[in-house]
Design a protein around this ligand. Structure first.
Ligand code: PEP
Length: 254
């Protein structure tokens, strides 16, 4: 399907890969996807591998992402990483508000919105994650939850900034579980997110925002998911840890 939004497929490596393993993986990905022009490709290694992976990606078609950043600039914030520090390694994207951070670090929509603003202030493109839990879906409140997360996590962004923001819809019950949302379930929520973006911004702006799906994306389901009209890419966890499967997801999406 030809869409006017370019697909963006990102690999979230989470807390995996030593520097040596990260280099192996990124070199494999580079080889596998060297000829791909139709998709924006992003890898998000752990902070400790950013420098090495950044060097490995020089002159390639794969861009670098980080998995988190501070809402603050440099200063007395022990254990945190500022956007300006990510920029040193040519990081272009930063994943914000992943459900694991919402769950384990208790990140709120308000905090994520501050991080998104800080990312834009340093010309980093945030990938802002939203998603409902299984009990929320079964309780029939998916749209209520997603609407609140989208409005809260993107609060305060300008039209120019939202166009440079990626929204990732990641149903919590589908992350790392092997359970994928059906392509229709994904499309329904993506269309709903776009409707919320129309209300927050305007129709033309909302039409330019890319919305990724995440949750057990693999080579076998990528084509059908990416074929949905409002699905503009994927945020991939487990299947991004192996060059061939990540590349196959990309190839099957074109
Ligand atoms: C994720 O954590 O962003 C994710 C989508 O993981 P997985 O692909 O392993 O479900």
């Amino acid at each position: 399907m030809v869409k006017d939004r370019k697909l963006i497929i990102a690999g979230n490596w989470k807390m995996n890969k030593t520097v040596a393993e990260a280099l192996d993986l990124v070199n494999g990905i580079k080889r596998e996807v060297a000829s791909v022009k139709e998709v924006d490709i992003v890898v998000a290694p752990p902070f400790t591998a950013l420098e090495s992976v950044s060097k490995a990606l020089l002159n390639s078609n794969v861009r670098l992402g980080a998995q988190n950043m501070s809402e603050n600039g440099p200063g007395a914030f022990t254990g945190e990483i500022a956007a300006t520090m990510l920029k040193e390694f040519s990081v272009r994207y930063v994943i914000l508000g992943h459900s694991e951070r919402r769950q384990y670090q208790k990140e709120s929509d308000e905090l994520i919105a501050k991080k998104a603003a800080a990312a834009h202030a340093s010309a980093l493109k945030p990938i802002v994650c939203v998603g409902e839990t299984l009990s929320e879906r079964e309780g029939g409140i998916t749209e209520k939850v997603i609407g609140t997360q989208v409005r809260g996590s993107l609060a305060g962004l300008t039209r120019e900034q939202i166009e440079e923001t990626i929204v990732a819809y990641e149903p919590v019950w589908a992350i790392g579980t092997g359970k994928t949302a059906s392509s229709q379930q994904a499309q329904d929520v993506h269309a709903f997110i776009r409707k919320v973006l129309v209300e927050m911004f305007d129709d033309a702006t909302a039409r330019r925002v890319r919305i990724q799906y995440g949750g057990s994306v693999k080579p076998s389901n990528a084509r059908e998911l990416m074929g949905m009209p409002d699905v503009d890419g994927a945020l991939v966890g487990g299947a991004a840890l192996e060059a061939r499967s990540f590349a196959d997801i990309i190839r099957n999406s074109i």
